[in-house]
Design a protein around this ligand. Structure first.
Ligand code: NAP
Length: 325
């Protein structure tokens, strides 16, 4: 038997999937033991195609980093697509994985699974304790269903088939491969784009929405990939010590918060924008604090190690390579 497991990365061209691919290659996982498909080659919402793919390729492990993702606007405008596509992709992949002998699978979720008013920092036990943020409820419901799919397959087939499907819930991520769409990007890529454009256009100042005081946690995507491999490869007995059969997901964060204004100042410095930064308190702030409690993951032995500035520099280099003329 080959000593290297055959690994399928679903969503290998996305920000998280491509970071997982990079990490596996850095760890010298042989390229011919990694399987990938673009959406054009394999639409994961197509159950028949997914079944044929698994029966043909028969991977040993699956990293599930494929998803329909987007910001508030996209979630609000296309709720049917968000819930349908995410439910279908994950149900097809998880069931086909099981039917074709995959014992290890890692499902990627998101911090939006937690109630809108969850106590901060948000620990794993907060799941299903309150109402979700309405704007991304369909997406969050799909992600919660993904966690429950993994847990249910473990509970029903763990003993009989050795099924061990795990879930990780990342905090806000940024880094190479991010989405810099003007209306549809997350905080860090939006700031990178705005400060870059202000620098190029020699704008004297940039105004950011709100008071700048809300606090957020940002994790560099290569740290996320390292955490994904770490959780996937934990011995089952160790993993089980820190999780419960019906509360098995693990938060992934760096544990450090910065205010939106601090993040803006850091991005401006990396981008080289020398003008002034103003806040606009007439615009909404959003939730004052959003932080993951990553105690479980830390207790298992993993810590983030990429500092914000280092990550921002790599993200900006990637932005320049992809978008700057
Ligand atoms: N970005 C963040 O800040 C963040 C934070 C927390 C959690 N996460 C989670 O991490 C996961 C990955 O996010 P990401 O930011 O890496 O997303 P992303 O950059 O948009 O990548 C998504 C990937 O999914 C693939 N995909 C989408 N629909 C598909 C379909 N129908 N069939 C096959 N492949 C399909 C895409 O394939 P193609 O490239 O071929 O189109 C793409 O590679 C998601 O579950 C997300 O919730 C992300």
């Amino acid at each position: 038997m080959n000593q290297h497991p055959k690994i399928y990365i679903a969503g290998h061209r996305g920000m998280v999937g491509s970071a997982i691919l990079r990490k596996l290659l850095i760890q010298r996982h042989p390229v011919d033991r990694i399987v990938t498909r673009t959406r054009a080659e394999l639409d994961l919402t197509n159950q028949a195609a997914v079944n044929v793919f698994f029966a043909t390729e028969r991977p040993d492990q699956v990293y599930f980093a494929a998803a329909k993702v987007g910001g508030i606007y996209a979630n609000n405008t296309y709720p049917a697509e968000f819930i349908y596509q995410n439910l279908m992709m994950q149900a097809n992949v998880i069931d086909a994985a099981f039917r074709n002998g995959v014992q290890k699978l890692l499902f990627l979720g998101s911090s939006c699974i937690y109630p809108k008013l969850a106590e901060q920092p948000m620990c794993e036990d907060a799941l299903l304790t309150g109402r979700l943020e309405p704007t991304n409820e369909p997406y969050a419901i799909a992600k919660i269903a993904g966690i429950k799919l993994c847990e249910s397959y473990n509970r029903q087939y763990g003993r009989s088939h050795g099924v061990d499907y795990r879930s990780v819930m990342p905090t806000n991520l940024f880094g190479p491969g991010d989405n810099y769409h003007p209306e549809n990007s997350h905080v860090i890529p939006a700031l990178i784009r705005r400060f870059h454009e202000a620098k190029v256009n020699q704008a004297p100042n940039v105004t950011i929405w709100g008071t700048g005081t809300p606090k957020r946690e940002f994790l560099y995507v290569d740290d996320m990939a390292a955490a994904a491999l770490f959780v996937m490869n934990l011995p089952q007995a160790t993993f089980n010590q820190y999780s419960r059969p019906m509360l098995s997901h693990i938060n992934v964060g760096c544990g450090k918060e910065v205010s939106i204004l601090q993040a803006a100042v850091a991005v401006a410095r990396i981008v080289g924008f020398a003008g002034r930064i103003y806040t606009d308190p007439s615009k909404p702030d959003g939730t004052p604090r959003k932080l993951m409690d990553s105690t479980r993951l830390n207790a298992l032995g993993w810590q983030a190690n990429v500092e914000l500035d280092i990550g921002l520099k790599a993200a900006y280099d990637d932005f320049l390579a992809r978008y700057a003329t």
